[in-house]
Design a protein around this ligand. Structure first.
Ligand code: FRU
Length: 494
């Protein structure tokens, strides 16, 4: 059976050792992407939180760095963000290097134990060496707790339109908007979210970005808002809202008015993409919105069958804002940099499927770390099934039913599942949002994960799985159809 070492992803970020959850404080500076993360360096389950740190030239190949922030007498270092303060609005700069300002939540475990409500506050730290080391500000906390138990995960954005810093913060199950000129003094500007969208759990790890609508000059503000539980397929999930921002208040777009609990505005419909946010300080010439999420779910994150390390990040993704009619949608695609690591290739222009049909095996190409893409043209009202299987009994299934316009992902027989009852009990589903008569599928497969990008990322499903034997076969099943433009590319980081 496979173990710890075999499960470690070949091209997704994992900490060398021990526990990781949310991505934090991501920024780009002088050619380097920084990724910080919720980290417990002394154990393989959640514990007193630190900020771990990793750097990369391309968001694919990561190098772990020394821990950036450690807990102190004010508490654990919970999730947050970082910005590059190019204009030195904070005054922390030394006149040479632009200071990097990190903002995070202090979680005071003593306050929590005493049953108080005010044990989460917001604090800042600054770095004068491009994020290598941070000094905590002596004036912390910069935002006191107003008596709200869940009050955390500050994400700062530069709002060029109103020449200010904007910070979004989760408070119970709403989002609070703060503004600042200097990153130290923050003013509560507005609140958003009562009665809007899904509220099955606490809102956590928001992000707020201005996005250009694809193919037009229109700009909208997008609030990305994770919540736990209450995700589309149970447990942790990330929804988003599109609207406008006047410098103080975020107003939901008309097309999303009356958005209730059940909606289709999810960044990812799979169970394992949580607390994801975007990189700060991406140069204007690049202009992309780059995102990464934690590839797990609080339902079982602490129990997944690895020991020496726990949890991986998603592949870095580019997110874009599309508009069809009056409807805005976020689409996600893997960051283009992944292309640089494509290894051996297996292609076929047409594979005809009838009944159960073998498409590729490890004799031809190693599927266990690969990008698989194909198309189905002229969809019919029928079911299309695909499976990734091992030489043993492990089968991971996914597919599409065109009569209900629904995708599914089924890991119930994918290997180790019984470590938690919520892991393999249900088949995950997702709506097809595209109306195209052709279906495009891209699957990013690593040792313990699959990321399904349907219709160029209009519907995404990310899930982890733990096969007892490595994945060796890719097959399809259905009532006579053609798989077009099949491409399987091994991913090779070396
Ligand atoms: C989200 C979260 C955050 C919090 C952090 C603690 O997964 O619960 O709200 O800051 O994890 O590790």
């Amino acid at each position: 059976a496979q173990n710890d070492t075999d499960f470690r992803p070949a091209f997704h970020f994992t900490p060398n050792e021990n526990w990781m959850n949310d991505p934090n404080g991501m920024f780009f500076l002088n050619g380097t992407y920084h990724l910080f993360f919720q980290y417990y360096p002394e154990g393989n389950t959640w514990g007193p939180m630190h900020w771990g740190h990793a750097t990369s030239k391309d968001m694919i190949k990561w190098e772990e760095q020394p821990i950036a922030l450690k807990p102190d007498e004010q508490g654990y270092i919970f999730s947050g963000s970082a910005v590059v303060d190019t204009e030195n609005t904070s005054g922390f700069g030394d006149g040479e290097t632009a200071p990097v300002i990190a903002m995070f939540t202090y979680h005071d475990p003593k306050g929590e134990e005493e049953g108080r409500e005010d044990y989460q506050t917001q604090a800042i730290a600054y770095s004068l060496d491009e994020g290598k080391t941070f000094t905590k500000y002596e004036g912390n906390p910069v935002i006191e707790n107003p008596g709200i138990r869940d009050f955390r995960d500050p994400k700062i954005t530069r709002d060029e339109v109103h020449d200010q810093w904007v910070m979004v913060l989760s408070a119970d199950d709403i989002t609070m908007f703060y503004t600042s000129q200097n990153l130290k003094d923050w003013e509560l500007a507005s609140e958003f979210g009562k009665g809007i969208g899904a509220h099955g759990g606490v809102w956590e790890c928001p992000d707020f970005i201005q996005m250009k609508v694809e193919g037009s000059e229109e700009k909208k503000w997008v609030l990305i808002q994770s919540l736990n539980p209450g995700g589309f397929n149970g447990g942790s999930g990330t929804q988003y809202f599109v609207g406008d921002f006047d410098g103080k208040t975020f107003t939901l777009d008309d097309s999303m008015q009356d958005l209730g609990e059940d909606h289709h505005y999810w960044l990812d419909f799979g169970k394992d993409n949580y607390a994801g946010v975007t990189w700060a300080n991406i140069p204007e010439e690049d202009g992309r919105h780059l995102f990464i999420g934690w590839m797990s779910n609080w339902q079982y994150a602490n129990e997944v069958p690895t020991e020496t390390w726990r949890s991986a990040m998603t592949i870095a993704r580019e997110i874009k804002l599309n508009k069809t009619g009056d409807t805005y949608r976020i689409v996600s695609t893997p960051a283009a940099e992944l292309q640089n690591y494509k290894g051996e290739k297996f292609t076929k222009s047409t594979v005809s499927v009838e009944g159960k049909t073998q498409i590729a095996t490890s004799e031809e190409i190693d599927i266990s770390n690969s990008v698989i893409s194909f198309e189905i043209q002229d969809l019919k009202d029928q079911e299309y099934h695909f499976s990734l299987s091992s030489e043993g009994d492990d089968v991971l299934k996914f597919g599409y039913d065109h009569s209900t316009e629904e995708f599914y992902l089924d890991r119930s027989n994918s290997g180790l599942t019984d470590f938690n009852e919520n892991f393999g009990d249900k088949v995950s589903t997702a709506p097809r949002l595209s109306k195209d008569s052709n279906l495009k599928v891209k699957a990013i497969v690593d040792n313990m994960s699959i990321e399904l990008f349907f219709d160029d990322g209009e519907t995404v499903m990310t899930e982890i799985f733990f096969p007892e034997q490595p994945i060796r076969n890719f097959s399809a099943e259905g009532n006579e159809f053609n798989l077009k433009n099949l491409k399987i590319n091994q991913v090779n980081l070396n």
